[in-house]
Write a protein that binds this ligand. Sequence first.
Ligand code: C5P
Length: 306
Amino acid sequence: MVASTRQSVCMGAPAKLNFHLSIGPRRSDGYHDLISIFQMIDLCDTVQITRTPGSRFSVSVVMENFESIEENTMEKAARLFADVTGIADALSIRCKKRIPMQAGLGGGSSDAAAVLLLLSKLYGYPLQRSELIAIGAKVGSDVPFFLGDSTAACVEGRGEVLTALEARTDLYGVLIMPEGVGVSTREAFGELDRARLQNKVPLRTIGKGQLVSMYAQPVAEWRYFNDFRAVMGPLSPLYDTLDTIVSELPDAFGTVSGSGAAYCIVSAEHRISELFRTKVERIGANVTIFDIKSLHRADSGVTVSL
Ligand code: C5P
């Protein structure tokens, strides 16, 4: 009978990079207004949802290759979706993690967005896009970006105001993830506030028009910066070394992503990112290195099996 049919849907949940991130003062609600250039990349988790029709909503989450995490963004997203839509099935979510956690790569947010997109597909798109984004924003500030149609965007507000960019297809890169180190986003914002109170980090920004037009220019001309870079503590010497390597390469741009701990470089030439990888391997730092590429939404389709 159709009513008892289990359905399964699956999709890639891509990581993001922040090429630019300037952060304003702490708001009265505890968040910070920011302006950032976000880029999805081809490093993806895989999220699968199986729906077993029932009379009561339930959700279980299994992380295939990671210990369960305390506050699971996927479970939160599914519960909020159920609250709004009234769905009453048993959902089983499986996630294969590839995106490092506490890396500034948006993995938890992307997984949550994938859950919302997959549930929308499973239930015949019951919500408007704006309702889905409102749910996403409740799960995390980066989730709305991952629900958007564009793989690159200028992001404002606390993360929910998106201006789509014509995504570049020519950015090759390398991601450096320090081993055994993760950065809590909340703590990084706190550090930045404290440093600002002591006048150690100025409030500065680049106009939105300039940020957007810079994105289309050669990466060697990018003047993007990340406010968190000033409060990276023990990770700073590693980032200084990586910055120096980048400065010696033609046509390359390097930055910490988000609040860290991942550092990325991108170049329009594959050869340059390979050269960077070789030089990083030579310094013998305790890091994991990933090859990456800028992503187009068309690369990460939803697959459905009934
Ligand atoms: O929204 P999300 O749960 O990802 O944010 C984690 C923490 O980072 C928040 O609790 C808040 O302390 C901080 N944050 C912020 N301003 C933002 C985004 C996040 O202060 N725009």
